[in-house]
Design a protein around this ligand. Sequence first.
Ligand code: FMN
Length: 211
Amino acid sequence: MSQDYHFYEPAHGHGLPHDPFNAIVGPRPIGWISSRSADGVLNLAPYSFFNAFNYVPPIIGFSSQGRKDTLNNIEATGEFVWNLATRPLAEAMNLSCAPAPPEVDEFALAGLTPAPARVVQTPRVAESPVAFECRVTQVIALQTTTGADTGNRLVLGEVVGVHIARQLLKDGIYDTAGAGHILRGGGPADYFEITPAQLFRMHRPGYPFAR
Ligand SMILES: Cc1cc2nc3c(=O)[nH]c(=O)nc-3n(C[C@H](O)[C@H](O)[C@H](O)COP(=O)(O)O)c2cc1C
């Protein structure tokens, strides 16, 4: 089957009404990151350039497009907490992305409750059913092909504590389809919600065992 392709080199522009990059690499999980300044001011913000990068030990990461409060806090304290964004929390998650000055606590801004973490000093979002407490392992300066600093940073952190609301454990198995995860699509406003309707199963050939 032959297909007609729109081709572009990103360095020279995409030639489309909107940059399709985010819409293609999507929908993406949301890194809803709580952090704390050296002075103890709480911070909360969503990062959809976010994913898991290592199984054992678990390592997650997100990228900061430019220098933001979250990055400053994490460099100062060496820790952060990831909170699961779910459909009931979508509007609060969105409010927490407001470009507020460092002295503003986005937990308060978004009407959320900070709950103490167990291993790190940074609180999690009490209303969220899942949280990962993380210690920073690397902050990597993202470079271009010529080695120029993009000014953007990839933050990686080892998960050192995991909170899971017990109702999401069905016979001990985490219920992704029932947890109401939301994901970021492209464009200015697209999101997706995961429900059981999206679930299909496919086993890896020659890989019958589960972790
Ligand atoms: C769903 C969503 C995803 C976002 N993803 C990113 C991201 O991956 N990287 C980034 O730098 N900003 C991202 N932003 C914007 C930040 O949340 C925003 O700049 C925020 O004010 C940063 O807060 P902070 O300065 O408290 O860290 C995203 C916003 C939303 C709503």
